[in-house]
Design a protein around this ligand. Structure first.
Ligand SMILES: [Zn+2]
Length: 277
């Protein structure tokens, strides 16, 4: 007898398969990453196709077959239409889903990872009209942190850098921050925690200016050991600390400038590439 099961899933990828079928890779709530054939999904009249677009949350009824497993039916729960109408958001959602495909295990459910991905896409699927610009430097906790850990850092550095930006630029910067925060949370769910307070080479407490990030050693290097890694800005280090302490919902209000965002992204991506390939 054929086994069937129903699961909530994020559609990660869909590719043409044979003449008119599709090969679909999903990240399911209960069984992790799974691969299916969706019969007839390339035909114009297919009822399945619309529910199996990448970047979709759907309820899937799956049928286990002898060679392949098949999708019996699918119903969209969230099509994330704001993401799909914005190239920048599609880019970041696509990169997040690509990491999920690489890092999740076949057949092994991980509820925390699933909820993190769902929360990330929910937040990315919004556009913000800001009444007032908020940055991490207005947060009390972060102020405290910048005073105690990065004591010579100008507190309003983050804020002053964004004053000339437009709403669209804000949105792009915000989406980038959200993506990087997602990466950091993904890394920590996988059991890694980049070291952000003491030099990963000599152990000295970090101070501002001339730090670097070591993908290999998994954290920040002090100015004396900086040759062992790639430069990382003070603001990027501050942001990583802020991300580690706060949930995505709070992080979505943070805007950091492009260079610091790039510095952050280079560190996190490098870390993932180094440890997971
Ligand atoms: Zn050091």
């Amino acid at each position: 007898m054929e086994e069937t099961f129903v699961t909530k899933a994020l559609i990660l990828k869909r590719q043409p398969w044979r003449e008119c079928d599709s090969r679909v890779i999903i990240f399911s709530l209960d069984r992790g990453r799974l691969e299916f054939i969706a019969r007839g999904a390339q035909k114009l009249e297919s009822k399945l196709a619309g529910h199996l677009e990448p970047i979709t949350l759907a309820t899937i009824m799956a049928i286990k077959g002898k060679g392949f497993d098949y999708i019996g039916s699918a119903a969209t729960l969230d099509a994330f239409l704001i993401i799909k109408s914005d190239l920048n958001k599609i880019y970041y959602a696509g990169r997040a889903l690509a990491w999920l495909e690489k890092l999740t295990k076949e057949g092994e459910g991980d509820h925390n990872l699933f909820f993190l991905a769902g929360e990330y896409l929910d937040l990315l699927n919004k556009n913000f009209v800001l009444e007032s610009k908020i940055t991490s430097s207005t947060d009390k906790e972060d102020k405290l942190e910048s005073k105690t850990i990065i004591s010579t850092d100008k507190e309003d550095q983050l804020e002053s850098k964004i004053t000339s930006s437009t709403d669209k630029e804000d949105q792009i910067a915000r989406d980038k921050v959200l993506f990087n925060a997602f990466l950091q949370k993904l890394i920590s769910l996988l059991g890694f925690k980049p070291e952000l307070y003491n030099c990963v080479n000599c152990g000295q407490t970090l101070s501002p200016n001339n730090n670097a990030f070591s993908e290999q050693k998994g954290g920040v290097l002090c100015s004396k050991c900086r040759n062992l890694g790639l430069p990382i800005s003070d603001c990027a280090i501050k942001s990583l600390r802020f991300f580690a302490k706060n949930d995505l919902n709070k992080i979505q209000n943070v805007i950091i400038c492009k260079e610091d965002g790039d510095s952050l992204e280079r560190a996190l991506n490098g870390f993932l590439e180094f440890h997971f390939f």
